[in-house]
Design a protein. Structure first.
Length: 549
């Protein structure tokens, strides 16, 4: 394969404006864009992952310590990284791998390879979870809601551990995702403009209903009471950081794909601040709903705090069944609870499906860059996502393990995005790709550069080292290949790192012409690649649909 002169279309002397891009769509309204970004975030991460992670990190007296760390990481990790994703996608309008090549050179493309691989591995088990929502919605159309905890647990375990329905549902979700991405951005915008508001209304009603339960206040009191000793546990910090990244999508790379549909009129600083804050509020409300439900129901059954805390933390491997076991019990207390339960799981289904669509589109775009036609790329990516998700569909322990390994891997992805900015030059990145590019947006201050260059990398380094040392010291089996061991995590990460670096080395050594060079110095006026002037800050890069060499 020879080097593709992919910089040729970037000559801005005869470039296209956003409105002239024939092969790439764009968002037709700001509300549609915001709802699409929220649709990419809101889903099982808020409604399934957050409550169980919060419960798993609750101490004997409460969970406030986890919430405080979680909020801290929102502002010192997730939001700053989301600015990078939005800026790169809007400016380059390329896949994540080609964005690395375009901005900091071919030798760094493996960083983009890690990000897309991590996102694909997450999408594989994420589609399984969305399939659970489909099953529950259909199940309650046929059967009544459970009347007690034993019945609700039986429904969950009979489905997830003793049947092949998770495989069938997973196949259905992947197929629907493949069909959806063929409609491009317009279809995504229309669907999210309807589904996201519907889900938010249902979640608000469910939250209000949970608050009416007798003794619900004790669940809230416990949730917002601290167990300060747990601040000394690396698990609190690791889980809070990975949940913040998973909640908001920071480091997942999805917004590099989504923001390619944005123009200079779309304020990425404003969106990158308000949307993740709104997303975390949704997670918090859902956590309050679950805690209020568990305490409200179980106190009425005469259970004490220790027994209730045990119930909060033991709903299947990794607490995977928390939402699916307790939400039907909450709805069973309402007169029209069965209707509400069906609507609730349908809403999560569609919200989760919108996230699956975004994740698959991310993989499809990367596959297209390899020269594969779009329909073929959709078929390939769908098959890969389904096959990788098979073990998670068949084994709850494997699903919980994958969720931890690749949810935590988002921290590494965030590090690679920080590296992109530092290598490009943080001041020039902030000016060229964000402040000067935007026609209507909030100003991004220099404080962001300090976070990206100093604060966030130190956060990640401390988390990674602390987590590994704690496991080596306190887990006698850390070196075995169990589902939840440190060695299993490092092995999976190592395989991916080795694979993407090897592919990058082969590409650089065998596929690039010897005389190719990349910008190593830049100024505020212009810089050149292969003798071609690159876009200035306010120029718009047209769609680059040429195949990847």
């Amino acid at each position: 394969m020879g080097e593709n002169n992919e910089t040729t279309p970037l000559n801005t002397s005869d470039g296209h404006s956003d409105n002239e891009q024939p092969s790439r769509g764009k968002f037709h309204s700001r509300i549609g864009m915001v709802l699409s970004c929220m649709g990419c975030m809101v889903g099982t991460g808020n409604l399934w992952r957050f409550p169980r992670v919060l419960a798993n990190n609750s101490g004997e007296t409460g969970a406030l310590q986890f919430l405080l760390v979680w909020v801290l990481f929102l502002f010192l990790w997730s939001i700053p990284i989301l600015f990078i994703e939005y800026a790169v996608g809007r400016y380059c309008k390329l896949s994540v791998i080609r964005s690395y090549k375009f901005l900091i050179g071919s030798k760094n493309m493996w960083c983009g390879g890690w990000i897309i691989t991590t996102a694909t591995l997450i999408s594989a088990y994420y589609a399984v979870l969305v399939g659970w929502c489909f099953y529950y919605a259909v199940y309650f159309m046929i059967y009544p809601l459970p009347e007690n905890l034993t019945e609700s647990e039986a429904i969950f375990y009979n489905f997830t551990a003793e049947s092949y329905w998770p495989l069938v549902c997973n196949a259905l979700i992947v197929t629907l995702g493949a069909l959806s991405i063929l409609t491009s951005v317009r279809g995504i915008e229309i669907v999210n403009s309807i589904l996201v508001p519907t889900l938010l209304v249902l979640l608000l009603f469910t939250f209000i209903w949970a608050m009416t339960l007798d003794n619900a206040v004790y669940g809230l009191k416990f949730m917002f009471s601290p167990t300060w000793d747990l601040l000394l546990s690396p698990k609190t910090w690791v889980d809070a950081a990975s949940q913040s990244a998973f909640d908001t999508g920071a480091g997942n790379g999805l917004f590099i794909s989504y923001s390619a549909f944005m123009t200079a009129d779309n304020g990425i600083v404003r969106i990158g601040t308000l949307v993740p804050i709104s997303n975390n509020i949704i997670s918090l409300l859902n956590g309050m709903t679950i805690f209020a439900t568990v305490f409200g129901i179980e106190i009425s059954q005469g259970k004490n705090l220790t027994e209730i805390l045990t119930l909060l933390q033991t709903n299947g491997p990794g607490n995977t069944g928390l939402t699916f076991i307790w939400m039907p019990l909450l709805y069973s207390t309402a007169t029209i609870g069965r209707v509400l339960a069906i609507a609730f799981f349908l809403a999560i289904l569609f919200a989760g499906l919108s996230s699956v669509v975004a994740q698959m589109e991310f993989a499809v775009k990367t596959t297209e860059d390899l020269g594969v036609r779009r329909k073929v790329a959709v078929l390939i990516c769908s098959a890969v996502v389904f096959l990788i998700g098979l073990p998670s569909a068949l084994n709850l322990s494997f699903l919980a393990s994958q969720d931890f390994v690749w949810g935590f891997a988002l921290i590494v992805s965030g590090l690679f995005l920080q590296y992109l900015v530092i290598r490009y030059d943080s001041s020039d990145f902030r000016a060229r790709l964000i402040n000067e590019y935007s026609s209507s947006d909030w100003y991004l201050p220099k404080l962001w550069e300090w976070i990206i260059k100093f604060v966030a990398p130190v956060e990640a380094a401390i988390l990674l080292l602390w987590f590994m040392l704690d496991n080596i010291i306190n887990d006698a089996d850390w070196y075995t290949l169990g589902f939840d061991t440190l060695m299993m995590c490092l092995l999976q990460w190592g395989v991916v790192i080795f694979g993407v670096i090897l592919a990058n080395v082969i590409y650089v050594m065998r596929c690039l012409p010897k005389n190719e060079h990349y910008p190593v110095t830049m100024d505020t006026n212009h810089y050149e690649v292969n003798g071609i002037e690159m876009p200035k800050a306010n120029d718009v890069i047209p769609d680059q649909s040429t195949t990847f060499p």
